[in-house]
Ligand binder design. Structure first.
Ligand SMILES: Nc1ncnc2c1ncn2[C@@H]1O[C@H](COP(=O)(O)OP(=O)(O)OP(=O)(O)O)[C@@H](O)[C@H]1O
Length: 237
């Protein structure tokens, strides 16, 4: 679905990463981990076409079930929600912006799916962080994206919402979507993933099965949160 070939990103003279080559297949979940500032969000923005690589290339497969090409769903740090619009109006706005054929009932069903049915007519501006993130998730999921890129989607979510998020990721994979997920919760998210990518030392330091990452020799100081999880042996059931 998506191929990166020797991708590098520099800001001025500062190298964020270089020589990142990897392919992301349909019907798979890739978990992207690394310490703060390792370049995960930067890499995902390149994958989403929101940022240009300084070197290398990104190729998105053009063939697939849709005549117009693969559909991208990107959930980044910004929610892209309009605070003055209700939850339902926000979804209606994005439905129109994306040219989706989704009825009012379909939009309500989306809100139900993310547990916001009771808040359909409340303004997004008064939503808690977790509620806003749920609505943001609905905004992305209603696209039924072929390529689903999620940058720390669990931020602000309670346990029930996290479970919902993980069910949706698994469902997207099962319907054939290519999913990439940035997370600091290796223990929680590794079981979802077919593959783990670890950014450290300005390169892709590990690309392989999540289970084998437990035995990978992480460079000292390169990682903190996921390192603790690895020592606990939680991630690699
Ligand atoms: N526009 C920019 N100009 C200069 N440096 C930038 C810019 N955007 C990001 N960076 C730098 O790139 C590096 C990687 O940032 P990025 O947000 O990709 O890290 P991350 O791995 O997602 O971190 P975190 O886990 O904290 O979210 C950081 O050192 C950051 O300061």
């Amino acid at each position: 679905m998506l191929e990166l070939d020797r991708v590098a990103k520099l800001y001025g003279a500062k190298v964020i990463f270089k020589d990142v080559s990897c392919a992301f297949a349909s019907g798979s979940v890739s978990l992207l981990v690394g310490g703060n500032g390792a370049g995960k969000s930067t890499l995902m923005r390149i994958m989403a076409g929101l940022s240009r690589p300084s070197a290398g290339s990104v190729r998105l497969a053009e063939s697939g079930p849709r005549a117009e090409g693969p559909r991208l769903g990107y959930l980044g740090h910004a929610t892209f929600l309009y605070p003055g619009l209700t939850a339902l109006e926000n979804l209606a706005f994005w439905r129109t912006a994306h040219g989706l054929r989704l009825s009012g009932a379909g939009l309500s069903a989306m809100l139900e799916r993310v547990g916001l049915a009771a808040h359909a007519h409340e303004r997004a501006g008064i939503f808690s962080r977790g509620m806003a993130q749920r609505l943001n998730l609905a905004r992305v999921l209603m696209l039924e994206p072929d390529l689903l890129l999620l940058d720390e989607p669990g931020t602000g979510l309670d346990a029930a919402s996290l479970a919902l998020l993980r069910r949706e990721i698994t469902a997207a994979r099962q319907r054939g979507a290519c999913v990439a997920l940035i997370s600091h919760d290796l223990a929680g998210d590794a079981p979802l993933a077919d593959r783990l990518l670890f950014l450290a030392d300005r390169k892709l330091a590990y690309d392989g099965p999540p289970a084998a990452f437990a035995g990978f020799d992480v460079p000292a100081g390169a990682i903190t949160d996921t390192g603790a999880d690895r020592e606990g042996g939680i991630c690699c059931a």
